[in-house]
Design a protein around this ligand. Structure first.
Ligand SMILES: CC(C)(COP(=O)(O)OP(=O)(O)OC[C@H]1O[C@@H](n2cnc3c(N)ncnc32)[C@H](O)[C@@H]1OP(=O)(O)O)[C@@H](O)C(=O)NCCC(=O)NCCS
Length: 174
């Protein structure tokens, strides 16, 4: 496995292609995503363009990025699960983020995908991954804590106070 092709028990996590734009655009229009992740609703064409840019900036240059979580044996897009580089209060961090389509929530897919990404990252020699979560995002906080991420500190992002959670090898709950 690499950081671009990860298999979990029920999901294949693989790079997005421009052909995913029609399925991916509605994910970003979810009110929770706009509220918690500050995403701007994008047209299908904009999403395709974003994916093209992401391919060069992330997949090709860094060998990581936002992955499409696809239900094994189908072409159903369950969510978007990402490992990206972020500058957080002057420090460069590897950040995991997660988004499950409303139709697939509460089936354990985000937990499974994040665990898969963390395991792959530890396998590649990474030793610290963060998640940046709004204090009112109960679902995300519970997910992070349930997997075994630990609260480290409050950080400012886009003028909002967020909670920085940290994952380290061996720190995840089974
Ligand atoms: C947060 C989010 C990704 C969870 O996705 P999911 O696939 O439904 O999560 P899972 O089914 O893997 O849930 C794992 C655990 O997270 C917690 N959790 C998930 N959704 C929850 C909710 N709505 N309320 C409370 N806890 C929740 C629970 O502890 C859950 O375990 P359980 O179902 O055994 O109780 C999803 O709600 C989402 O996409 N939200 C909008 C985007 C977002 O806020 N992303 C996080 C940005 S930091």
């Amino acid at each position: 496995m690499s950081l671009l092709n990860i298999e979990t028990s029920r999901l294949i996590l693989r790079p997005f292609t421009p052909e995913d734009a029609a399925a991916a655009a509605p994910l970003l229009r979810d009110p929770d995503v706009i509220h918690f992740m500050g995403a701007t609703p994008l047209s299908e064409d904009d999403v395709a363009e974003t994916i093209r840019g992401h391919r060069v900036r992330y997949y090709e240059r860094l060998g990581m990025g936002a992955l499409a979580g696809v239900l094994k044996g189908t072409d159903h897009l369950v969510g978007r699960y990402a490992l990206t580089l972020a500058e957080i209060e002057g420090a460069e961090e590897l950040e995991v983020s997660y988004l499950t389509s409303v139709a697939y929530r509460r089936h354990g897919y985000a937990r499974e995908a994040v665990r898969g990404i963390l395991a792959a990252a530890w396998g590649e020699g990474r030793s610290r991954i963060v998640a940046v979560i709004r204090p009112d995002n109960t679902a995300s906080l519970r997910l992070a804590e349930g997997i075994g991420l630990r609260f480290e500190k409050y950080v400012q992002r886009d003028g909002i106070e967020m909670e920085l959670y940290v994952a380290a090898p061996g720190g995840q709950a089974g």
